[in-house]
Design a binder for this molecule. Sequence first.
Ligand code: NDP
Length: 476
Amino acid sequence: SSADIGVTGMGVMGRNLARNLARHEHRVAIHNRTASKTEDVMDQFGDEGTFVPSESLEDFVSSLTPPRVAIVMVQAGAATDAVIDDLADLLDEGDIIVDAGNALFTDTRRREAALKERGLHFVGCGVSGGEEGALWGPSIMPGGSADSYKRLGPMLESISAHVDGEPCCTHVGEDGAGHFVKMVHNGIEYADMQVIGEAYDLLRRGLGLTPAEISEIFAEWNKGDLDSYLMEVSTEVLRQVDAETGKPLVDIIVDQAGQKGTGMWTVQTALDLAVPVTGIGEATFARGLSSAVVQRDAAADFEGIADEWNIADRDAFIEDVRQALYASKIIAYSQGFNEIQAAATEYGWDISLADMARIWRDGCIIRARFLGDVTKAYDKNPELPLLLADEYFYNAVKTALPHWRRVVSLAALHGVPAPVFSSSLSYYDGVRADRLPAALIQGQRDYFGAHTYKRVDKEGTFHTLWATEERGEVES
Ligand code: NDP
């Protein structure tokens, strides 16, 4: 036994994590179901550090120094279960299995509970940053026991991205907390991408700009509050010209957005927790709408634009759209953090929201300057009921408001869908409202279902006898 840590699953992600570990002078045991892939890694990258390759899972486990740490990086679902089962049979009490794939947090909770009974630590670990991140420094979100983090943490921190010397990796919380936070990260990513898409669409249709011109505007925005990896990616995509046709590539790509399910999980879970994540929800539904080919075909000739675009002040409109994007982004993050907060309460996780923002500042797909400000907000007040309640963000949204309202109105008047821009504004107006029509909903519920209501002027629970002539009220 000579390796500090092992990785099984030499796919795209697994091999890059292993290489990253080796580069940081950890001795890494490597294994793959199909042995030729392990050989392949040795041939190509064997000289990058100390690798201990094994053909069998038995040899892989034997090559690990106890207490053993084995990272599983295979397809989520049944494959992960199968590999965990095989590993568990070979490991000893106190050993640590890390699932670094994209597992659903409820699966992670189930696996953790089962392995705990066998004396094993199980760490569901979110890893973001894609292929390149895994190799050069991802953002890492490990859950599991605090005990396991003592052994595992320093190794993961060494290979994660760093900002000002701080690792983008921390112990998130017990059992499924790491995978939960990774899931919400991905949900936020959906919203982040969609708001950029809505800004692009409005600039293009509103001002008749070309993708290349919008790329230049985005590059400019990327120097300010909106500075982010996804903005940079969008700049690159928009200026790409298709070699075959000479047209902007974005006009050649089929406009049906794919998804692997983490956005959907975030929304489903938010529904379970009764947390309104309208930004992530609308972003996920927008992908669904884009791929709803049958419905889009059937609706293709429907009446659309009420007014023709006629923007007099080009620069003012560009600024309106930028502000709408920024405000909608703040709302989406605020909601995502609320989902993490609600889950922490529900599952008894001690999650620091400041630390979550901190470890997302680099390495991951949503990395952005913005997350430094989010970190500051939760550092200042860990109990912040919503990100918007922080002075810095409240002022940003307040400044954005007139711009944002103008953009949402113009989008509606000109028949341009802006689901996240507009639903985020509705959320803002809803959450700040003095009175909501929820009072009428309560009346309706009491009328048809005797669900009762509370009064603004006294304690207690009441029901109106709707079926009687007098419609008197009784306390229930
Ligand atoms: P790949 O498709 O590149 O590799 C899959 C790996 O899983 C292979 O090593 C394969 O082995 C192994 N495998 C599949 N089924 C089994 C099984 N039943 N038993 C043993 N091994 C099995 O996948 P990726 O590296 O892209 O993804 C791995 C995980 O990482 C997934 O959970 C994915 O969701 C996640 N991921 C995360 C990303 C991120 O940004 N964080 C990006 C991409 C993926 P074999 O060679 O024998 O087929």
